[in-house]
Design a protein around this ligand. Structure first.
Ligand SMILES: Nc1ncnc2c1ncn2[C@@H]1O[C@H](COP(=O)(O)OP(=O)(O)OP(=O)(O)O)[C@@H](O)[C@H]1O
Ligand SMILES: [Mg+2]
Ligand SMILES: [Mg+2]
Length: 503
């Protein structure tokens, strides 16, 4: 058997075309679980948020959480789906220690939302390009518990001496969003997958139904990839890479999988249908469970639950609660703020549109607001390794700093120090100005004293100005700025110098 040699991405794309499919799980931010009243807060002690229902005690009965159904419908509407007027939950039967019932309540052939789409934009050297990702379905299900494998020499599963199971997560409501096969992306496949995950995350966040934090697991992507020879007219066998937990990893998982499968086919072998696991430190996936014998989950309608039958009135009520969605918001701010493609992209990449807009609402001009968030504040967020929105400064405070610059109380340089003070917890911008003594010195009294001193200390320059060489005033202005540690109003200082020396 020929040994598979992994070609480069470009070589792979010369010969093969990729097909993608994304399955995304989103943990809904409801106060209680999907089928019982247990709380859902993250980070509680193990097995403290459990009850007979989510632990599957005999005789316990599940009851559907209406808020979760509401979230599913709102997402379906935002994804342009049809909402099913009637559907049932199904039992998906399999054994796993972190799933106490030995089945997961899910939806099978009667999902609540079907046939939608989400448009995503990818940057190419020729400019932005839009793709329409078709959504096959959105369905509701419950999360499993969480196993950890401990003890032993390595602390990893092979070396572990025993496993612990925490059922706090068991029964947390999940939505699974499944795309139809995505074709025609060619070499843009990794970027399309990433852009889809990013757009879906932003959409869900705008609906307020989940905090969609990939690194905390409240949004998890399974990435399906297959390739086929160009013009083959038939798709190849897919692999499914599980639980990819960052946007960058979604991109890398697609890219590395296209390369790997191309190597397999080049060597005359077959791609095996399997589950793979993305390894963050390797930048690619490794083989997991083979799915060649498609697992039989023996799905059947759950007899303990009533059907989900949202009325047309309820669906319309929920439609009316949809906020402005990210795509519409981008189009609007592009027009309102007169943005170029690049400026819009920078704002999107920094996740700053909402922050800038909130700052504008507080009265700041959009150009100034954009500058502060994208330069000074983005830099500090990167330094502190937090998201821009997690910096301890509010849009109202940013707007106040901008206003202080506009009214001449602060220079841009002083403004940066005020921002630093606010971030350090020294209080509101005005309090920081006061406490740090950052005001521009422009009142003639204080400034006059500094000017007199500069003239006394620089007699040569002063003589030149007296003799008509106005340019020599620059040295005196410099001395005033130095004496006031940059806080003088330079323009007013210059006027005072010329007044005093012309007499
Ligand atoms: N040949 C293919 N190449 C790439 N993606 C594919 C291909 N065929 C199907 N897909 C995509 O793979 C995904 C399959 O997800 P789906 O939830 O339907 O099934 P599953 O993975 O078998 O089930 P489970 O939810 O149990 O993991 C979909 O996004 C689908 O569009
Ligand atoms: Mg699936
Ligand atoms: Mg799957």
């Amino acid at each position: 058997m020929a040994h598979a040699v992994t070609p480069s991405f470009e070589q792979a794309l010369d010969k093969y075309e990729p097909v993608l499919g994304l399955e995304t799980h989103i943990e809904l931010g409801t106060a209680s679980k999907m089928f019982c009243p247990c709380p859902t807060a993250f980070g509680a002690d193990p097995n403290t948020q459990v009850c007979p229902v989510c632990l599957a005690f005999p005789g316990s009965l599940p009851v559907v959480n209406e808020k979760a159904v509401e979230g599913a419908i709102r997402l379906g509407l935002a994804l342009n789906c049809s909402i099913a007027p009637w559907g049932r939950f199904a039992r998906k039967n399999y054994f796993y220690p972190d799933m106490p019932k030995n089945y997961q309540i899910s939806q099978y052939d009667e999902p609540i939302c079907v046939d939608g789409y989400l448009n995503v934009t990818v940057d190419t050297p020729e400019g932005p390009r839009e793709f329409r990702v078709e959504i096959e379905r959105v369905h509701m299900e419950e999360d499993t518990g969480k196993s950890s494998h401990v003890g032993g020499s390595t602390g990893r599963i092979h070396g572990a001496s025993h496993s612990n199971v925490d059922y706090n997560r068991a029964g947390i409501p999940l939505l699974e969003i499944v795309t139809k096969p995505i074709t025609g992306t060619d070499s843009l496949a990794p970027l399309v997958a990433r852009a889809y995950a990013a757009e879906l995350r932003d959409l869900v966040r705008s609906l307020g139904i989940s905090d969609v934090r990939m690194e905390e697991g409240s949004m998890r992507c399974d990435v399906n990839v297959s390739i086929n020879e160009r013009g083959a007219g038939e798709w190849g066998t897919r692999s499914e890479t599980k639980n990819v937990n960052s946007l960058r990893s979604v991109e890398r998982a697609v890219r590395s999988e296209i390369e790997r499968q191309a190597g397999v086919l080049d060597a005359g072998e077959r791609v095996v249908q399997e589950t793979r696991h993305f390894q963050e430190h390797l930048g690619r996936s490794t083989s997991g469970r083979s799915k060649e014998e498609a697992q039989d989950y023996r799905y059947f309608p759950d007899p303990d639950l009533v059907p989900v039958a949202p009325s047309a009135e309820w669906i319309e009520e929920l439609r009316a609660t949809l906020p402005e969605l990210p795509a519409a918001q981008r189009a609007r701010v592009t027009a309102e703020w007169n943005l170029s493609d690049t400026e819009l992209r920078d704002l999107v990449n920094a996740d700053a549109i909402g922050l800038v807009e909130a700052t504008v609402v507080e009265g700041a001009p959009s150009a100034e607001a954009r500058k502060l968030w994208l330069n000074e504040l983005s830099r500090r967020a990167t330094e502190q390794e937090v998201e821009l929105s997690s910096l301890p400064i509010t849009p109202a405070q940013v707007a106040r700093v901008i206003a202080l610059v506009a009214e001449g109380t602060l220079t841009n340089k002083l403004a940066r120090q005020v921002v630093e003070g606010v971030l350090a917890g020294e209080g509101e911008p005005d309090a920081v100005v006061e406490a740090r003594g950052l005001k521009v010195v422009s009142d003639d009294g204080a400034l006059g004293a500094a000017v007199d001193e500069a003239i006394a200390n620089n007699p040569d320059a002063a003589d030149k100005v007296r003799g008509g060489k106005v340019a020599a005033a620059g040295a005196l202005v410099g001395a005033v700025m130095k004496a006031t540690r940059g806080q003088a109003d330079a323009g007013r200082a210059r006027e005072l110098i010329l007044e005093k020396l012309s007499g």
